[in-house]
Write a protein that binds this ligand. Structure first.
Ligand SMILES: Cc1cc2nc3c(=O)[nH]c(=O)nc-3n(C[C@H](O)[C@H](O)[C@H](O)COP(=O)(O)O)c2cc1C
Length: 154
């Protein structure tokens, strides 16, 4: 079974709705799926155990939220100190945005620097996701799970 970890930030619930729909998609493909919102306490070992890590944030002032920036920096520091090795895991970004959506490029860039393999383009939704958007989120969760499964079988 593949293990999919979803970590996100959200201030008004839009990226949170995306995270739930992505998790639903991943579970429907048989993945063991864990979802954490930043601010919750969780052990960093969960990142080591995951086969795929999906990171979500709304765009705030042309970047991720400051909480997400701090989280990505902490992961980077742990990597540099050789306390965490995420190389070769599947990664992807997602998030809701208002008009420019730079958080998604930031997340994708950060995941690549951490050594994750990012094949799917980040999933971006404008403001509150509608039914079609939620369907895209579920499909995104399925796609990443299938990719992680293929890799796990190799
Ligand atoms: C303080 C603040 C700054 C924002 N800055 C941007 C921005 O630079 N670019 C953009 O596309 N959207 C921006 N937005 C819009 C949010 O990304 C958008 O409302 C998003 O749906 C919020 O997602 P959430 O409900 O997950 O918090 C900003 C919103 C807030 C509250």
């Amino acid at each position: 079974m593949v293990n999919v970890l979803i970590i996100y930030d959200s201030k008004t619930g839009n990226t949170a709705s995306m995270a739930s729909a992505i998790a639903e998609g991943a579970r429907s493909e048989g993945a063991e799926t864990t979802v954490h919102k930043l601010g919750e306490k969780f052990p960093m070992e969960e990142l080591s155990r995951a086969d795929a890590i999906l990171v979500g944030s709304p765009t705030h002032y042309s970047s991720t939220t400051s909480e997400m920036r701090h989280f990505l920096e902490s992961v980077h520091e742990l990597g540099k100190a050789r306390k965490l090795n995420l190389k070769g895991k599947r990664g992807a970004g997602f998030g809701s945005y208002g008009w420019s959506g730079e958080a998604l490029e930031r997340i994708t860039g950060a995941l690549k620097v951490l050594g994750l393999v990012v094949k799917s383009p980040a999933l971006k939704i404008v403001e509150s996701p509608g039914e079609n958007d939620l369907a895209k989120c579920r499909e995104f969760g399925k796609e990443v799970t299938r990719a992680a499964l293929t890799k796990a079988k190799k």
